[in-house]
Design a protein around this ligand. Structure first.
Ligand code: ATP
Ligand code: LTN
Length: 331
């Protein structure tokens, strides 16, 4: 199993519910590798000092969320040089047309203008494919937004295997079902996914937000103008995206289905109060553990160094196989 998270700013509730909590569960069931993908963060403008800080913060948050270096391999993408090297080989397998169809590229390039978008942003999914294929990965737990990138990874691996002989394992995405937290929406704009790069903070619950900040953000979450009463609180992502998002958050944290949880409410105030409480309670121990790691960055760096060394052992074998399959002269 392999998955990655970008160190662009602080991780948020969407990252946790859509990905991290599953990573923690899965580390006992699979040989799992988890990666802070710092090279991916270079695809959009950012400050160099912030990047290294965010890389350490993100790794600390993953540990605080429950990743355990004795049960999984946790490392930083740029520490294993084969990620960049395999990307080049895969870029010579991918086509402009298929990368042009990636909706994340279209969305992100549209924001700042395609003309000035970085080449790395265009090639982003190929680097992601390299991440996955280097580890003979069977399963990739991700949020719903990564579905298309996983399809591309499978296409590239299949094309390569047909062209150059069996080299890569074909991976499968593992995505929570609807209502299971795979797509948490922005609290201020429930038609858009909660995202680190969205611009405004008001609709995003960061994993390190204080309880009073969380309470305020949830209280101000956009809902709709339906009057209170039976049926006002119902799971209906198309007609009632704001309310459905709160139900999804509550369901993901408390267990159960959002439709069933809805039946216990007649007004938005109580739903918001309970959702805020559930988030605060979930984050309390995580934030405590985070503070311990933050006071001892050396211990986190040691964990990452050990992770990189274990990941390199696997990545170097796959990369050598790929080099030889594509005809590069043995060293
Ligand atoms: P950005 O918005 O800057 O692209 P991101 O917030 O999507 O970043 P990533 O680091 O790219 O964060 O994603 C880490 C994991 O979190 C991925 O598996 C991704 O699918 C998942 N994820 C991200 N946003 C959400 C969301 N709103 N709901 C559920 N899962 C999410
Ligand atoms: N693109 C992913 C992050 C990511 C990833 C990966 C996820 C980079 N490499 C490999 C799974 C497997 C995102 O969440 N935006």
């Amino acid at each position: 199993m392999f998955s990655g998270i970008q160190p662009t700013g602080t991780s948020h509730l969407g990252n946790y519910l859509g990905a991290l909590r599953w990573w923690v569960d899965f580390q006992d069931r699979y040989d799992a590798l988890y990666c802070v993908v710092d090279l991916h963060a270079l695809t959009i403008p950012g400050d160099p000092e912030e990047l290294s800080k965010a890389t350490l913060t993100t790794a600390s948050l993953l540990l605080a969320a429950g990743l355990d270096p004795s049960r999984c391999i946790l490392f930083v993408q740029s520490h294993v040089h084969q990620h960049a090297e395999l990307t080049w080989l895969l870029e010579c397998t991918a086509s402009m047309g298929e990368l042009n169809r990636m909706t994340q590229w279209k969305d992100k390039a549209a924001k700042g203008g395609e003309e000035s978008a970085r080449v790395g942003l265009f090639a982003y999914p190929v680097l992601m494919a390299a991440d996955i294929l280097l580890y003979d990965t069977d399963l990739v737990p991700v949020g719903d937004d990564q579905r298309q990138h996983l399809e591309l990874t499978r296409d590239l691996a299949q094309r390569w295997n047909t062209r150059y002989g069996d080299t890569f394992t074909i991976p499968n995405a593992v995505i929570a079902p609807a209502g299971g937290g795979a797509r948490i929406m922005d609290l201020q704009d429930p038609l858009r996914k909660m995202s680190k790069s969205s611009g405004s903070d008001a609709g995003i619950i960061y994993l390190l937000d204080d309880p009073d900040v969380i309470e305020r953000k949830v209280k101000r979450a956009v809902t709709d103008l339906d009057p209170p009463g039976p049926g006002a609180v119902r799971w209906d992502p198309d007609e009632k995206p704001g309310v459905s998002n709160l139900l999804e958050i509550l369901a993901a944290l408390r267990g159960g289905k959002p439709e069933e949880i809805a039946a216990g409410y007649e007004n938005y105030g109580k739903l918001k109060a309970d959702a805020a409480d559930a988030v605060i309670e979930m984050l309390r121990p995580l934030q405590e553990r985070y503070r311990e790691y933050a006071q001892d960055p050396g211990s986190v760096q040691a964990i990452l160094a050990d992770g990189a060394s274990r990941a390199s052992d696997i990545a170097s074998r796959t990369y050598e196989r790929a080099r030889s399959a594509i005809g590069l002269l043995p060293r």
